[in-house]
Structure formats: C-alpha cells, structure tokens
Design a protein around this ligand. Structure first.
Ligand code: ADP
Ligand code: MG
Length: 291
C-alpha cells in the first residue's frame, strides 16, 4: 500500500473513534481471522454491583468484613462489595497486612482475624474447606451468570458474595458483525466458566476460555497463533496488556487502563466493541483499494 493511502486510512480511523499507533498497523489488521475478547470491561460494562450475600452466620457481619478487606482493592468485584458494604453499614473496619493475589482474590487482617476473599481456588490454596451448602450456593450464583466469591476468616468459609455485571448494549451487534466479516470471536476471562458462558450466550459467542490467570492470557494468544490463526485481542485491563502486545493486532478500550492502551496497536476511544469491527473494515478497505 502507498504511504498516502495508509495515512488517509489512519485519518479516517480517527474520525471513527479509532486511534491507530502507526500506518503499518493497518497491514496486520487486514489479515486477522480470530478476535479474542476480554469479558469484563470489554464485552461487559465492568461496572459490577452486589447481587446477593449468603452467609453461614450473620449476613451483615460477612458483608462488613468482606467490604473492609475489598476496600483496599481496585478490582471491579472488590469495588462492588466495598461500596455495598459502605452503603448498607456505614464506616468499615481498618485492614492490616493487605495482599492482592493476582486473578484469585485478596487477603488481610480485619478486626484481628485473618480474612480471605476470592475464588474457590484461593481458599483451597489456603487450606480452607468449604461446607457443601456454601459451595452449592456459589454454583447456583454462577449458573445465573454472576461472579461469586467466597469469604473465609480464621480458616473457615463463612459466606458467598455475588456480583453482577451487564453486557454493553452494542456488544451483541459487534459480535454479529465480526462474524459477518468471517472472523471467529473467542471470549477470554479470568472469571468462572458459568458466568463466562452466560455472557457468551448473550452476545452470540460459542468459543469460551474461562478461569484463566492474568499471566496465562498471553499464553492463550500464543497457542492460537501456533494453530495458525492470526489473532486480534481486545482488552481493557492491566491483566490484558501482555496479551495485547503479543497479539498480531492489539485493540485497547479507550475506557480502560493506561497499561492496556500503551500495549495496544489501536485504541477504541469510546470503549464500544463496534469500533473494532470498523477498524477491521477500514483496514480491508484501505489496503484493498490500492493492492
Ligand atoms: P477478568 O479476566 O474477568 O478481568 P481477573 O483475572 O481480574 O478477571 O479476576 C479473575 C477472578 O478472580 C474474578 O472473577 C474473581 O473471582 C477473582 N478476583 C480477582 N480479584 C478479586 C478481588 N479483589 N476480590 C475477590 N475476587 C477477586
Ligand atoms: Mg477486563
């Protein structure tokens, strides 16, 4: 393609709300056949809200302890829990020795108790056994498409806290258009399989890769590339950055974190998945006309 045509394409991109790092990016965009979509914050709004609390003992006490711990975390799940706790219960206790366990949850000391909030795997890693009733409650919540995390203190599981997220209004249409362009959409997430399937079904994706740790996202992209696929990755989070950099084409949500935006080749300014479709169409058109 001539430099002029590429520059025209880049300028047209800006009008569509697509910031392109360099004109050469359009070349890789044209060859893409697979689009890996991060779930939280990319396909969904990422603005989570507390949906349910099921506790072995007092529900408010569970929310108070979990809310206090999550107050120290920036994760969307954490924000939903701490915000609901503050609204319902007012001031929350202080946290000591806070620690974030990437992709699994958080731990720390609240009111002199050693507290853990997170995925079942994190509790298992800390040798906490989960009573069958709580485990059933967690599965039931996940079957509804919610993200359910467990709360434990002093070595005992005490509650399940569930948060819900909403699919962005434009996501289903974007997925339909990706398919119409002959592209294969894949949903990729650290969230539980059932919640991921529920979102996938809502937007029309059948290929789902769930319960992936942040550092494993990049490995999924590599694996797809080894299978001979040319991969575009769309993401918004810190945990998507390495995968965005590794992908043949990295598309960052403009509403996402700076780390993701820096790692991507393209930025979708409005955080609307339909702009990813526009970008691929634009690349094909720009390069197609002059080849
Ligand atoms: P995603 O790929 O959906 O952005 P993450 O890798 O950030 O997900 O997190 C994966 C899962 O780990 C979450 O769905 C949640 O179950 C658990 N998790 C992560 N951070 C926290 C936290 N601060 N509190 C509770 N659970 C957490
Ligand atoms: Mg995300």
């Amino acid at each position: 393609a001539t430099p002029t045509a590429l520059l025209v394409g880049t300028g047209r991109g800006a009008q569509l709300g697509i910031l392109i790092k360099g004109p050469e990016v359009l070349e890789s965009t044209r060859r893409v056949d697979t689009v890996v979509l991060d779930k939280t914050g990319t396909v969904t709004t990422g603005r989570m809200a507390l949906a349910a609390v099921e506790a072995v003992g007092d529900e408010d006490e569970a929310l108070r302890i979990a809310g206090a711990l999550e107050h120290a975390s920036e994760h969307p799940v954490a924000r939903a829990i701490s915000q609901a706790a503050t609204e319902r219960l007012g001031a929350l206790p202080e946290v000591a020795e806070f620690r974030n366990v990437e992709g699994l949850g958080v731990e720390g000391v609240v009111d002199g108790r050693g507290v853990v909030v997170g995925r079942a795997k994190l509790l298992a890693d800390r040798a906490v056994t989960v009573p069958p009733a709580l485990d059933a409650a967690r599965r039931a919540a996940e079957a509804k498409g919610w993200t359910a995390v467990l709360l434990a203190w002093d070595g005992e599981a005490r509650a399940v806290l569930s948060v819900r997220d909403a699919v962005k209004e434009t996501s289903a249409e974007a997925v339909r258009e990706l398919r119409a362009l002959g592209l294969r959409p894949v949903l990729l997430t650290g969230d539980n399989e059932a919640a991921a399937r529920a979102v996938a079904a809502e937007v029309g994706i059948d290929e789902v890769i769930a319960e992936v740790l942040p550092r494993e996202k990049v490995e999924v992209v590599t694996r797809l590339q080894r299978e001979g696929r040319v991969v575009a990755m769309v993401g918004d989070g810190v945990n998507d950055a390495a995968a965005l950099a590794r992908a043949d084409l990295g598309l960052a949500m403009g509403t996402g974190t700076d780390v993701a935006i820096e790692a991507g080749d393209l930025t979708l300014v409005r955080g609307d998945l339909r702009a990813a479709v526009d970008a691929i169409r634009l690349a094909r058109r720009t390069l197609g006309t002059i080849k």
